[in-house]
Design a protein around this ligand. Structure first.
Ligand code: PLP
Length: 386
């Protein structure tokens, strides 16, 4: 029989995170610090709203761009970040942040276009770009600068094929956050070189120590040059509802809507009603952020108490990115040893790009009790094996 797969599909590979979870199945007692997903259940008020929606017949297709009630709420929500958005024409409700990213990249990348992506970065960007025939160009970021991408480093990677920059703050895997001045410098480069920004802001409510979220779309002249991608997954513990949104350049939103119409029609109507409820419950999101902060402090203190490991305090998301260079082993080996010998699931930093080598990603979306036990296990194993 012929191979019916096309060339691009043939090349699709399982990502390093899933590969780690497959290995972890053989270690049932392992504590999971690998997963990038809230351990909380969705707040009960949101679940109740979903049930009400189901019972009242909200079980149909909706407009391809999503229900106007939700788009209006999103537009109000974005107003707090100084982004003026017309809910009728400049928002699309998507299948989580991933749906927004995929549609956004599908309507902008032509084969051969270069897309700048920070290194280390979330794995899915590279596979989406490659699948569409684009070329991902890594922009290095460094621990000395808490892995914040800089305008200077972006500039060095611009060629006449560069079209898009993907920004992701708060960042997965490093927890890095960009301030207003950082964004201003990046916006200047973007405008000077006539580029487009995809700003992945799915962790925008997960900020600590009084840190504020700024979107590059709020800077002068940037809304038209930006697609903001956001999601209810992380902020409201709604990963399974698959609901997010994208906003910004009107022409791009309009084409994403046409593509969504042809690919999947719309996001589940129930999830859209639940998302409206979520936006009226910012307090619940903030409560979860407070809990993540306590967990972050436990994990960062725990890591810095281990000989051979050091870790800066991330200001956002729910990941620690400790430096393990002095252990003298690559991050893949260390992550495997921690799984097999210490019983803790972590992700090797190298999975996120070459600048991630020498680091591990540890998610603190887990209970305090489990995190404390994980820190004990890692300390015992590392200190007895070096
Ligand atoms: N962007 C980043 C940086 C992520 O880490 C994730 C999920 O892990 C997503 C986007 C997409 O999440 P969702 O599609 O559930 O909104």
């Amino acid at each position: 029989m012929r191979n019916f797969l096309n060339e691009r599909a043939t090349e699709l590979q399982q990502g390093a995170i899933r590969a780690m979870f497959d290995r972890a199945k053989f270690f049932p007692g392992a504590i999971n610090m690998g997963i990038g997903e809230p351990d909380f259940d969705t707040p009960s008020e949101i679940i109740e709203e979903g049930c009400i929606a189901l019972r009242s017949g909200k079980t149909h297709y909706t407009a391809n761009e999503g229900i106007i009630e939700l788009r209006s709420k999103i537009s109000k929500y974005l107003g707090a970040f100084n982004i003026e958005i017309d809910p009728e024409n400049e928002i699309i409700v998507t299948t989580g942040g991933m749906g927004g990213l995929a549609l956004g990249l599908m309507v902008t990348i032509s084969p051969g276009d270069e897309v700048l992506v920070q290194d280390p970065q979330w794995l899915n960007y590279l596979s989406q770009i490659k699948y569409l025939g684009g070329v991902a160009v890594p922009v290095p970021t460094y621990e000395e600068n808490q892995f914040r991408i800089t305008a200077k480093d972006i500039k060095k990677k611009i060629t006449d094929r560069t079209k898009i920059i993907i920004l992701n703050f708060p960042n997965n895997p490093t927890g890095a956050v960009l301030g207003y001045d950082d964004l201003k410098e990046i916006a200047e480069v973007v405008i000077e070189h006539d580029l487009f920004v995809i700003s992945d802001e799915v962790y925008s409510t997960l900020l600590y120590d009084g840190t504020r979220h700024y979107s590059i779309a709020s800077l002068p002249g940037m809304k038209e040059r930006t697609l903001v991608v956001n999601s209810f997954s992380k902020s409201f513990a709604m990963t399974g509802w698959r609901v997010g949104f994208a906003t910004g350049n009107r022409q791009i939103i309009e084409k994403m809507t046409r593509l969504q119409e042809n690919l999947v029609a719309c996001v589940s109507e129930v999830s859209q009603y639940a998302a409206i409820k979520a936006l009226s419950l910012m307090d619940r999101a903030n409560e979860m952020t407070e809990i993540y902060k306590v967990r972050r402090d436990i994990v960062i203190a725990g890591l810095n108490d281990i000989n051979g490991i050091s870790c800066y305090k991330p200001k956002g998301a729910f990941y620690a990115f400790p430096n393990i260079k002095s252990l003298g082993k690559d991050s893949f080996s260390v992550a495997n040893e921690l799984l097999e010998k210490a019983g803790v699931i972590t992700i090797p930093g190298s999975a996120f790009g070459s600048c991630g080598e020498g680091y591990l990603r540890l998610s603190y979306a887990n209970s305090q009790e489990n995190l404390k036990e994980a820190m004990k296990r890692i300390k015992l194993y590392i200190e007895s094996s070096i």
